[in-house]
Every structure is written in structure tokens, then in C-alpha cells.
Design a protein around this ligand. Structure first.
Ligand code: PLP
Length: 390
């Protein structure tokens, strides 16, 4: 394999939230623990990113950044090549990451008291973004069907009323690993459009999809829909550039886009951090081979977790993942209180995993395991889990 995903890179003591923050969050020491919480990867990005940074360092002057057109063009090309969605550079606004984008979208399109729907359990900053901006969080809980999540559209219809302004969709879904089908997205969109609910589709995990599933960009479903929705993407999950905090908000409709960019300017968000677009452009333009190799590696990690748990710890159910590198582990078959399970995971297995309840209703009894790491780490983590519980 031309890319060495097996290589263990020690990130401890490198101002790294995942490793240097694990003790504070989970009481698991980086000295003997394995960190599998924050959603970034243990891998170096495509070599083109280091080359782009090398050029920048050798040039040595890091002033304000200006897009010569090449950054946005790289995104346009990527969306056309990998996602079959044709966009214009002018549709793209650059933000300091997607969490910031989601917060700003709530600010730009909702007023305090408005209702915003999220589909829990879901990436927890969605609920924070809604509540922190004075809006009401409406939980449209996902339901499990054949072990995987599906949307409860009847519940959505019941809950959506005249005060409901927005839905924040997680597509692919974190933490459930669902890659929503075209039909599921169409059914959801029909309800939202008919009720004038603005759809914000966070597609940050769009490139991390396994064979058998296909990601559909929400806006690509129809020209009518494209004119009414907001799509958020980023190179940060795809190429492990999370620390560069750079996201893309893609809005085809001119009026909606203006409403959003006016808000960005009101917040002083005129220019992105210089390093984010430099890295992302290099990765989009030259990282495709790396991504294809990464996906094969991640798929094997995913399969390993599923088969080891099924054979040796069947009380723990790993949701079948169609996308993302986040295993969603259901411990409800353990017949033990969750605080006792968490104690064993953290104190005995010495694993730092996200607690499921932080993802909102439906997340109880689950832990989320980030397996974007060398195989050896996955193997060790599984052995530790088995030792703690069997
Ligand atoms: C669905 C989703 N959106 C956004 C983010 C983070 O985005 P950013 O780091 O660009 O703020 C994550 C990170 O895990 C995520 O899973």
C-alpha cells in the first residue's frame, strides 16, 4: 500500500484535543489509555498537503489570504467529480469550520423562540447551536429498524408547526453511520418544503462512505430543492484537516445566500484563516488516491469491529455503518447500568469513547468509538473491551 495507515504517530503533548484532552474529559490517562473519541484521524493527510505547507513555510510570509479562484474551483471540481453535483464558485462561503457555520445559519435564518428540528441522537453541537441562539430544540428521534436508524417522518409531521423554521440534517449521519438514501431524503424534503422549513444539510462526512452505500447531496435531488436548501461541506473530515477549521457553506439561491453572507459580514467574517484553504485545495486537487486507499483501510477496521463484537462480545451491538469512521456501540444488551459500563470502559479498559447520552435522546446506553486509527489500536481496544466485560 502506498500510504502507511498502520504507522502509529504519537500525538500526545502536541496540543491535540483528542489525546491531550482525554484525561480531563474521561479520566483516562494518555499514558496508558487509547483515545477514540474526537472525530479526527490518527493519519497524516495526503502528501500534497505537506507539500503545500512546505511551500508556504519556505515562502515565509503568512499575510491575509485571498482566493485567486483556485480554492473555490477545487471545491467545484470535487463536488462534480465525487458527488455529481454541479455548483458555481459564487455559491460557496468559507467559514471557520462547520460548527461555526451551523451556529451562524441559525442566527441568520431564525429568530429567538423559533423551533429547529434535529434528528437525535445526533452530533451534539447542533442542539447547542439552536439553544445557544435562543431557539427551541425539537427532537425528532430516529428509530431503529433492523438494527439501523431510520427517520420517523410521522413524528416529524406531528412536531412541525408554524413556528418551525429550520431542520439541521446530518447526512451522512453521525453517530449512526447512516448514509441516507435518495428516497429517504426525498420524503424528508417533501415534508420540509411543504411546511416552509429551511433545510440545512451538514454533509461534512460526505466522502466517508463504504461500498454498497451512496451519498446523495441533498441539493442535487432536484433544481427546485437546490434553490431552497443549504449544504455544508468541508475537507476536514475527508482529509484529516480538522485543526485548520475551514468549512464551505454552499447556497445556490441568491437571496438566501445574501441573507447568510450579510450575517457573516455583520460578525466580521470576511476572510478565512490562511492555512485552511491552502491545505484543502491541495487535498481536493491531489488527494483522491489517498482517500480511496483510506476508505479501504477504514472499511477493514469497521468490519473487524463488527465481527469481533459479534463473535466475542455479542451483548454489545455495533450499528451497521454505511459511512463515517465512528462506530456506534449499543450496550443495552449488557443488562448493567450505564455508569457501571462506562466505569469499566474508562477505568479497566482505559478507553476514551464518547458517551452516547451527549448526542441527545436515543443516545443513552451507547458509546461512540472512532476507529480512524492504525489497525493495531483497534485490535488493542477490542481486546481491552473484551477483557473488561467477559
Ligand atoms: C456532523 C458534523 N458536523 C460538523 C463537525 C465539525 O465541524 P468543524 O470542525 O468544521 O466545525 C463534525 C465533527 O465531528 C461533525 O461530525
Amino acid at each position: 500500500m502506498p500510504y502507511d495507515f498502520d504507522r502509529i504517530i504519537d500525538r500526545r503533548g502536541t496540543q491535540c484535543e483528542k489525546w491531550d484532552g482525554m484525561e480531563e474529559h474521561y479520566g483516562v490517562s494518555p499514558g496508558d489509555g487509547i483515545s477514540m473519541w474526537v472525530a479526527d484521524m490518527e493519519f497524516r493527510p495526503p502528501p500534497a498537503v505537506a507539500q503545500a505547507f512546505k511551500w508556504e513555510m519556505e515562502h515565509g510570509v503568512h499575510g491575509y489570504w485571498a482566493d485567486s479562484g483556485q480554492y473555490k474551483q477545487a471545491i467545484v471540481n470535487w463536488m462534480a467529480r465525487r458527488h455529481n453535483w454541479s455548483i458555481e464558485p459564487s455559491w460557496i462561503s468559507t467559514t471557520h469550520g462547520i460548527v461555526m457555520a451551523v451556529n451562524m445559519l441559525v442566527q441568520a435564518f431564525c429568530k429567538p423562540g423559533d423551533k429547529v428540528i434535529i434528528q437525535t441522537p445526533v452530533y451534539y453541537p447542533f442542539a447547542f447551536a439552536v439553544a445557544a441562539n435562543g431557539c427551541q430544540v425539537i427532537n425528532n428521534r430516529l428509530v431503529k429498524e433492523n438494527g439501523r436508524y431510520v427517520m420517523d417522518l410521522d413524528d416529524l409531521k406531528r412536531q412541525a408547526d408554524g413556528q418551525t423554521r429550520m431542520i439541521i440534517l446530518c447526512s451522512p449521519h453521525n453517530p449512526g453511520g447512516r448514509v441516507w438514501s435518495k428516497e429517504e431524503l426525498e420524503a424528508l424534503a417533501e415534508i420540509c418544503l411543504s411546511r416552509n422549513i429551511l433545510m440545512v444539510s451538514d454533509e461534512i462526512h460526505h466522502d466517508l462512505v463504504y461500498p454498497g452505500a451512496k451519498h446523495t447531496v441533498l441539493a442535487s435531488l432536484s433544481p427546485e430543492l437546490q434553490d431552497k436548501v443549504v449544504v455544508c461541506t468541508s475537507a476536514s473530515k475527508t482529509f484529516n484537516l480538522a485543526g485548520t477549521m475551514t468549512g464551505n457553506v454552499i447556497i445556490a439561491n441568491e437571496e438566501l445566500r445574501k441573507q447568510f453572507t450579510d450575517h457573516l459580514y455583520k460578525c466580521g467574517m470576511f476572510l478565512p484563516n490562511r492555512f485552511g484553504p491552502i491545505a484543502a485545495r491541495a487535498a481536493y486537487n491531489h488527494g483522491e488516491g489517498w482517500l480511496d486507499a483510506l476508505l479501504l483501510y477504514l472499511e477493514e477496521n469497521r468490519n473487524l469491529i463488527a465481527s469481533v463484537l459479534e463473535n466475542r462480545l455479542p451483548a454489545v451491538k455495533s450499528m451497521p455503518l454505511e459511512g463515517t469512521y465512528l462506530a456506534w456501540l449499543d450496550f443495552s444488551g449488557m443488562d448493567a447500568p450505564m455508569d457501571e459500563i462506562v466505569r469499566k470502559v474508562e477505568k479497566e479498559a482505559r478507553l476514551a469513547l464518547n458517551h452516547g447520552d451527549t448526542f441527545g435522546p436515543g443516545g443513552e446506553n451507547h458509546l461512540r468509538m472512532n476507529f480512524a486509527c492504525p489497525r493495531l489500536m483497534v485490535e488493542q481496544a477490542l481486546e481491552r473491551l473484551i477483557k473488561a466485560f467477559v
